[in-house]
Ligand binder design. Structure first.
Ligand SMILES: Nc1ncnc2c1ncn2[C@@H]1O[C@H](COP(=O)(O)OP(=O)(O)OP(=O)(O)O)[C@@H](O)[C@H]1O
Length: 322
């Protein structure tokens, strides 16, 4: 049984851009963010992603059209938390203070924190795993740590909508994956609508419920990631050079005469194929000039060509490439 999705934010014929520029960045767009969904907003540099985020957050005026919020809170600042890429203006503040002030809309400055506020701040700190740095001053943090802190501050605002501009910039791979997974789970568990502007193609395709793809006609194409890959929308916009998004692989030139038939399974097969294609071999299903068999026993892997056995891909490549 399908349930009706609840749009928390909608735009009607929204055009955005900067005064003094005659042409808008996006024109007459009808978009929606739904409760419980993570949306990744993608597109080339300079196309207008940050500008749209700021406009949706109410930090910048639209050119025309409307933005409608369908939540129970009356005030915009209690409905939308936003994480931007701007420089911090209070470097002497501690992490804990910054996150605490994240709850400012709900707090009275001269009243001490309620138990509920303390619990929410604690949860936000744990969600992004930054308890070990809460006493540090902001200027003492690495870019990645600061990014995590800003996300914690947004979480502590407990708004139904969160907008983030490139939240994984500066983060290492583990933290990038962790942040995307965390935001995705958060959307699911707490029924928030979360929009992320990002250049992380791989991660977005694997975690987003929905993609907004900035098009070439001042428009935004929307859909689930797989549909946009298969219908060529990503190719149209990014014009990938040397990368085949449909297979998720870098395109290698075939520059070796002999073809290879590869018999094996699982990740060993995938990485062997990767090594061979990277070195210019063409892999064929049948009748290869050379057949390589991958054998796996007790976590060890052996590559077999005729009577020759290789215990590493490096050894195999040395034999094949000379
Ligand atoms: N304050 C401003 N005044 C005038 N034009 C601006 C201003 N800020 C950005 N722009 C212009 O608006 C366009 C969109 O910028 P924006 O930062 O929204 O792009 P973006 O898609 O987020 O890019 P990136 O992926 O590089 O972060 C750019 O051409 C930029 O030069």
């Amino acid at each position: 049984m399908s349930s009706v999705k609840k749009a928390l934010l909608e735009t009607k014929d929204l055009s955005i851009g900067y005064t003094g520029q005659s042409i808008p960045l996006f024109e007459k767009q009808n978009l929606a963010l739904y409760a419980g969904e993570l949306v990744c907003f993608m597109g080339p540099n300079g196309i207008g992603k940050s500008t749209l985020i700021r406009t949706l957050a109410g930090l910048q005026k639209s050119i025309e059209g409307g933005i409608y919020i369908h939540t129970d809170n009356a005030e915009l600042r209690q409905q939308i938390a936003v994480v931007l890429t701007d420089k911090i203006t209070t470097p002497g503040m501690t992490v804990e203070e910054l996150i605490t002030f994240g709850r400012y809309p709900y707090l009275n400055w001269n009243v001490s924190l309620h138990e509920n506020d303390i619990r929410i701040i604690d949860e936000a700190i744990d969600q992004v795993n930054i308890r070990n740095i809460i006493s540090k001053k902001l200027y003492q943090l690495s870019d990645g740590q600061l990014q995590m802190v800003m996300i914690a501050r947004a979480l502590a605002q407990t708004t139904p909508i969160i907008l983030l501009d490139e939240p994984t910039a500066h983060l290492d791979l583990n933290n990038r994956v962790e942040i995307m997974r965390m935001l995705r789970n958060l959307a699911r568990k707490t029924n928030k609508a979360i929009l992320i502007a990002t250049h992380e193609l791989d991660l977005a395709l694997q975690t987003a419920d929905y993609i907004w793809l900035a098009g070439n006609q001042k428009n935004i194409i929307t859909g689930i990631p797989e549909d946009l890959v298969l219908n060529g929308s990503f190719d149209d916009i990014f014009r990938f050079k040397g990368f085949d998004l449909k297979t998720g692989k870098v395109k290698h030139e075939i520059n070796r005469a002999r073809t290879i038939q590869l018999n094996g399974n699982d990740s060993e097969y995938l990485w062997t194929r990767n090594a061979l294609e990277r070195n210019g071999f063409q892999i064929v299903q049948h009748n290869g000039d050379t057949t390589i068999k991958i054998e796996q026993n007790n976590n060890a892997c052996v590559w077999i060509i005729g009577d020759n056995r290789y215990t590493s891909l490096q050894g195999l490549l040395k034999y094949l490439c000379g």
